[in-house]
Every structure is written in C-alpha cells, then in structure tokens.
Design a protein around this ligand. Sequence first.
Ligand code: DGL
Length: 260
Amino acid sequence: MKVEDRPIGFFDSGVGGISVLKEAIDLLPKENFIYFGDSANAPYGTKTVDEVKDLTFKAVDFFMEKKIKALVVACNTATSAAIIDLRERYAKYMPIIGIEPALKPAVEYRRKGKILIMATPMTLAETKFNKLMNNYKNEAEIEPLPCPGLVELIERGEFEGEQVNSYLKDKVNTFGKDGIAAIVLGCTHYPFIKKELFKVIPRDVPVIDGSRGTAKQLKRQLTEYNILNKGNQKGSIEIYNSLNSDEIINLSRKLLGLMD
Ligand code: DGL
C-alpha cells in the first residue's frame, strides 16, 4: 500500500480525542482514520508520568501493526508525559502530532479577568505546560484549574445534567461574574461538556480548545512529508477501544456524530 493511502492513528485515554478526530475529518475528509481510546485505563490525568508513558507506548505498538502514516496524540495528558520520548523513537517513521492547552488564542482576546485553564492535574503539573504558561505570564493572568473527576463523568456519557453542572459551578463560582477573561479547555474530553459550562458562566466568555489547531497542524505535517491522501473518495473511520464493549464504541460513534 502506498504511504499516502495508509491510515492516520488517533490516540486518547478514552473518548476525549474524538473531539479532535471530528475536526480532522472535517479538514481532511479523504484521509483514513483509526481511533484508539484507552478507556480501560482512563483517567490518565491522576496517574504517574511513567504509567502514562507506558500506556502511550503500548497504544503506539497497536498503531504500528495497523501501519499508520502519522500519529496524533489527541490527549493533552499523554502529550505532556510522553511526546518527547515518542518523537525520539518514532519520528523517523512518521510525523507525531501532540496537543497542548490553546493558551495563545485566549491571551489574544485581551479581555479583563483571569484566563482559566481547565485540564487534568498531570497536564498542569508538567514542564510542557509550565513553560507555555511562562511565555504569557507578563501578558495575562493565568489560573490553572485542575479538574480531577471530570473525565470519569464524560467517559460514562454524562455531558449534561445535575452532576456535571454542580461540578462546573463549584470550579468557576469563585471567580465571580466578571472575573473570567476566557476559558481554555486543556483536555480533549472537555469540549463535550461545553454546553453545560455555558450554563454556569456568562455567555460572552470565550471558551477555547485546541482541536482545530491540532487538525491544522496534522494537515501541515502531512503536506510537509508529502503524504496527503490523493484519492477523491471519502476516507474510512475505524474505532477501537481497550474496553472492547459495544457501549463504549457506541458512545464514541455518537460523539463523532455517526449515530444518535
Ligand atoms: N483527554 C485527556 C486529555 O486531553 C484526558 C486525560 C485523562 O484521561 O485524565 O488530557
């Protein structure tokens, strides 16, 4: 098979990376995609860095067997824990794209108040994010907001309702009505609770995630490596999950908009 025709691998600790896959399909409709969610081991954000590295490398073994031409680590947590080691081992075979909290566009709004970075405890504790935050420390007031427990709700398919609402309310209430400049969703699971988030923050607060930017970066890399799919048909989408249950595959497909 020609390299261009090979699939692109998308990886996350669970169903979160579907939010990034969605953007990639929209931007690169002719590509073939393979999604692997490691829901059996979710959440990653409260594990140790070494545990997350191990799990990420195991996932890449799965993708290598599938002969992917590019890898998207559609997980902020796995990116912060493993992207350097991953690139060291695999960059000679294929482009490896990661994701990090989209701080730049949030700063560029130049709104009054604090920029809240909602992410997992690991993403916010790791060097990668702290370097990023340092770049903007003179331009904006940035408030890391670890959200342990939120991924678990989303993995259960709870995107709306009382529990998510009160979780989010507890997180944002202390900042007051005018205290929030913008919110960055620094975990790929969180775009799925955006609707509920807007019930507890003012409507005009920009809520930003990195999924479109990551899809664009994927396109740039495929172009640079000259491995864009040249076919004129719509590509295929395969979804796998370490839980291997119909329930989780159905939830993934539902999030992707393939079924109701
Ligand atoms: N979607 C992952 C991220 O972007 C969630 C990590 C987790 O499983 O805790 O960070």
